[in-house]
Ligand binder design. Structure first.
Ligand code: GLU
Length: 480
């Protein structure tokens, strides 16, 4: 391709960025980056009743979180109204568009009558040749070419043919002076020299209308790629009923942006049977022509699998910073976290407390939220004891061992995994026990359950005081 590729993501800011929109943005971004082209962000905020600043911020935040950067200052349609009005004027003068003074009530009445008579409910062209003068409210309608066919050569759907007789003289400018979507989008895509329009296939049916606007304005028609919808497991359009749908909700549930990007790209696109892609690989391999035309089904289990993968792979330092809000969510006061982190760095152990937590717990968690939940017992919080684990491991004999171990733990130093392991092994061999006979009861006492990452690492992270307190509490309670 010789021309410089220019694509855009054009969300309407009437809510959060949903996974479907995020995937559209991602495909545009990858297409631009693959071809060394330009990726633009255009906020389609001409619908003043539905657009909010809060949504604009959420969209921007979502794109930043996913790492989808845009190349020119974001465009906002609400700041470009004079441009649309100028083009509207031009079409009016050239006779390609005309003023219509039919009121909504009249239109509705005629629409009903047409339907009742078995005719098409489309606009009947009443004002087409009426030469309406301004003075009362008017909207601007395109004089469409209503014969022949419009062929959309779509990069995903192939050639799609639309009968022009199906189109009516649709509105370009409303009576309040605002452009309609089909008009503003064409003016902008034309002026911004967009070469490829990649968007959801719910817009495929708008494309023949937009094609007519391009022709009327004498603008080059871009190439189109209409991306299929994302469906829930029940094959209905993905919605809140299926769980979280907004990108920021996934972030707040503890998903990582790498996992989200990797997941979204594979919803409809594939490269052989590769499942895990680095960002560089995605840029290298992405090909819009390889996007399938069947709808994709959202698969939570696969997203979880990818997230667990990136949790294991990502830089522990970076993950540790991301973990903090999840601890707060899990009810751990920030002061408590700071105190632990401070004590850790003061002990000369190397690395940070957060990194050590990540390394110790990440094998078993699917999300950061789960990781925070699984490791909250490291802090001074009330913990829930698993009754089965208590029943099985905190028998009278076990408590006798724990009492002795409690005594030894008080004096041991340093309180680190290697020293603790030695202490437990020595104790077990002196008493002719298996390590598990004393390690499992300790695990239940300290963590509340019978499964956890390696016990001595966990004890080191919890620290001497918490370990001793929990053992003492169990001893005081007595045997199961
Ligand atoms: N604002 C439209 C939407 O969010 C943009 C469609 C397009 O990309 O043309 O659906």
């Amino acid at each position: 391709m010789n021309e410089r590729i220019r694509v855009r993501f054009a969300p309407s800011p009437s809510g959060h960025l949903h996974v479907g929109g995020a995937r559209t943005a991602l495909y545009n971004w990858l297409f631009a980056r693959h071809h060394g082209g330009v990726f633009l962000l255009r906020i389609e905020d001409t619908d003043v009743d539905r657009s909010t600043e809060e949504s604009v911020e959420a969209i921007v935040e979502s794109l930043k979180w996913l790492g989808l950067d845009w190349d020119e200052a974001p465009y906002r349609q609400a700041e470009r109204l004079s441009i649309y009005r100028g083009y509207a004027e031009q079409l009016l003068k050239a006779g390609r568009a005309y003023r219509c003074v039919c009121t909504p009530e009249e239109l509705e009445e005629r629409r009903r009558a047409a339907l009742a008579a078995g005719r098409s409910p489309h606009y009947d062209g009443r004002c087409r040749d009426r030469r309406v003068e301004p003075g009362r409210p008017w909207s601007l309608r395109l004089r469409v070419r209503d014969s022949g066919v419009t062929v959309v050569d779509d990069l995903i759907h192939g050639e799609v043919r639309f009968d022009n007789a199906e189109l009516d003289d649709f509105i370009l400018m409303r009576s309040d002076g605002m452009p309609t979507y089909n008009f503003a989008v064409v003016v902008d895509d034309g002026l911004l020299q967009i070469t490829h329009v990649i968007r959801g296939d719910d817009h495929l049916s708008n494309t023949p209308k937009q094609t007519q606007v391009y022709h009327a304005l004498d603008l080059a028609v871009p190439r189109f790629a209409h991306v299929p919808m994302i469906l829930g497991p029940d094959r209905t359009r993905l919605s809140k009923r299926h769980g979280a749908t907004s990108v920021l909700a996934y972030r707040d549930l503890g998903y990582l942006p790498q996992a989200m990007v990797n997941y979204l790209v594979r919803l409809g696109w594939s490269h052989g049977d590769q499942e895990i892609f680095s960002r560089e690989e995605l840029i290298r391999y992405f090909d819009i022509g390889q996007v399938g035309h069947a709808p994709a089904i959202f698969d939570q289990a696969k997203l979880d699998w990818l997230n667990a993968h990136y949790l294991r792979e990502a830089d522990p330092k970076w993950l540790a910073d991301l973990l903090l809000p999840f601890y707060e969510q899990a009810g751990i006061p920030p002061g408590e976290i700071e105190a632990k982190a401070g004590a850790w760095s003061g002990s000369g152990k190397g690395g940070t407390f957060g990194e050590a937590v990540i390394r110790t717990f990440r094998e078993r968690a699917k999300t950061l939220r789960e990781l925070a939940q699984n490791s909250r017992f490291l802090f001074r919080v009330g913990i829930d004891y698993d009754p089965q684990a208590v029943e099985k491991h905190l028998r009278p004999q076990a408590l006798t061992h724990l009492r002795e171990v409690h005594g030894r733990l008080q004096g041991t130093s340093p309180f680190d995994a290697a020293t603790l392991e030695r202490l437990y092994r020595d104790f077990a061999s002196e008493r002719k026990l298996k390590l598990g006979d004393v390690a499992q009861p300790t695990r239940v006492a300290v963590t509340g359950g019978s499964v956890s990452p390696p016990l001595f690492l966990v004890m080191e992270l919890a620290g001497r005081e918490i370990c001793l307190e929990r053992l003492a509490a169990v001893l005081e309670r007595g045997a199961a």
